[in-house]
Design a protein around this ligand. Structure first.
Ligand code: DOR
Ligand code: ZN
Length: 439
């Protein structure tokens, strides 16, 4: 089975490509990329006006299986990811039981294989039971297919343990992903510590709770000459620490979420639980610094931290509602409309941060359209105007603060190993050539 996509704007930073090109897919692989490709036996499609990128990779999602299938399961998570334009995801291990041994890693991999959808890579726990006391079986889990290690949802509070984890993971060429939060500083915290926490009378989570841990982690990564990846950074100070650490040659990478790039603590006004997320939404000064970090390359990746919860849980009193935003179906649209369209980063930089860099950091397949690689492809229509409707999410988690947002640009097709796993059927409105914006 051959497919020839003609005249798309192909963006592939792995080859320095941003050009109008054709792509030939043969079976599971990319058989050719170039100008005026022909094939006598391929199904030909004209993709003028569309963008082709290497399949997007979200390296930080919560698919909740096993244990919390009411919030999400592997199938609905993968369907939602495909709809969001993602061909691969890495799943956090804060399930029940947590993914802290090779049997559970295998279980998740096997469950994902039951559905012929996107690629799913499990992340194993750093500590047994995510208790922060004893290291988990990092080596055995690596052999079974865990791509990284994290106690996400919680930090690794004990610095000596973190140091050992970094050294141990280094032996398997794996990265530790840390959720940076000093537990003593954040204890009982609900939202950002500052104006809003005083106004609403809620306990705050100070910026220092995150920054102290970021600083500790880069110090330990330097000392141990190992790799550390900082999850969902949210403060100006974190950007500054990581920027400086990179200048000093520390092997540190980091990510930011669309919600931390777009929203501020103002969103929790009126005790809105949909804006309750950890780390919390911060101030406009933090948002500006995150945008600067995204621009100058301090921030390597954009991840959704897709954290689905049930309606009942999110409707509880603010203090009892769980932290998290269901983000995988809005991530690309938000970044296209609120970040790329505004000129903060180019489309090529977006592909770096949403495909190439995650593939490099996790050392997994993907992030490229090179001839011979798997045909993992995202097709984007940059002109579609659409409205975020949480009830239409394929994810079980309808918990989004972006419901009703009007966005321009979305994934219309998601292709994994040459097979289409998502196709947009309903285009809300197509903007004519006269109103096109240049990305
Ligand atoms: O908002 C969050 N939700 N932050 C986390 O660290 C965990 C996540 C979850 O698992 O729901
Ligand atoms: Zn998370």
């Amino acid at each position: 089975m051959k497919k020839l996509f003609k005249n798309a704007r192909v963006i592939d930073p792995s080859q320095g490509i941003d050009d109008i090109l054709d792509i030939l897919i043969e079976g599971e692989k990319i058989a050719g990329i170039g100008k005026n490709l022909t094939s006598f036996d391929a199904e030909v499609e004209d993709l003028t006006g569309k963008i082709i990128t290497p399949g997007l990779i979200d390296m930080h999602v919560h698919f909740r299986e096993p244990g919390f299938e009411k919030k999400e399961d592997i199938k609905t998570g993968m369907l939602a990811a495909a709809r969001g334009g993602f061909t691969a995801v890495a799943c956090m291990p804060n399930t029940n039981p947590p993914l802290d041994n090779p049997y559970l890693i295998k279980y998740v991999i096997d469950r994902a294989k039951e559905y012929d959808l996107i690629k799913l890579y499990p992340i194993g726990c750093v500590t047994k039971g995510r208790m922060g006391i004893e290291l988990s079986e990092i080596g055995k889990m690596s052999e079974q297919g865990a791509v990284a290690f994290s106690d996400d949802g919680s930090p690794i509070g004990n610095s000596a343990l973190m140091k050992r984890a970094l050294l141990y993971a280094k032996g398997f060429d794996k990265v530790i992903i840390d959720h940076c939060e000093d537990p003593a500083l954040s204890e009982g915290g609900q939202i950002n510590e500052g104006y809003m926490s005083f106004k609403l009378g809620l306990t705050g989570i100070p910026a220092s709770a995150e920054e102290i841990m970021v600083a500790r982690d880069v110090i330990l990564a330097k000392e141990t000459k190992s790799k550390v990846h900082i999850a969902h950074i949210s403060t100006k100070g974190s950007v500054e620490i990581i920027r400086r650490a990179k200048e000093l040659g520390v092997n540190v990478t980091c990510e930011v979420t669309p919600h931390h790039l777009i929203l501020t603590e103002d969103e929790v006004e009126g005790y809105n639980p949909l804006a309750k997320v950890n780390p919390p939404l911060r101030t406009s000064e933090d948002v500006e610094a995150l945008i600067e970090g995204l621009k100058d390359g301090t921030i390597d990746c954009i991840t959704s931290d897709h954290a689905p919860h049930t309606k009942e849980e999110k409707e509880m009193e603010f203090e009892y509602a769980p932290f998290g935003i269901s983000g995988i179906e809005t991530s690309l649209g938000l970044i296209l409309d609120k970040i790329v369209k505004k000129g903060v980063i180019s489309l090529s930089q977006m592909v770096e941060k949403m495909s190439l860099n995650p593939a490099k950091i996790l050392n997994i397949d993907g992030g490229t359209l090179k001839q011979g690689s798997f045909a993992d492809i995202t097709i984007i229509d940059p002109y579609i105007e659409w409205t975020v409707k949480k009830e239409e999410f394929l994810s079980k988690g309808k918990n989004t603060p972006f419901d009703g947002y009007k966005l321009r640009g979305k994934a219309i097709r998601t292709i994994v190993k040459g097979k289409e796993v998502y196709k947009e059927v309903h285009h809300e409105s197509l903007v004519g050539p006269g109103r096109r914006f240049d990305l």
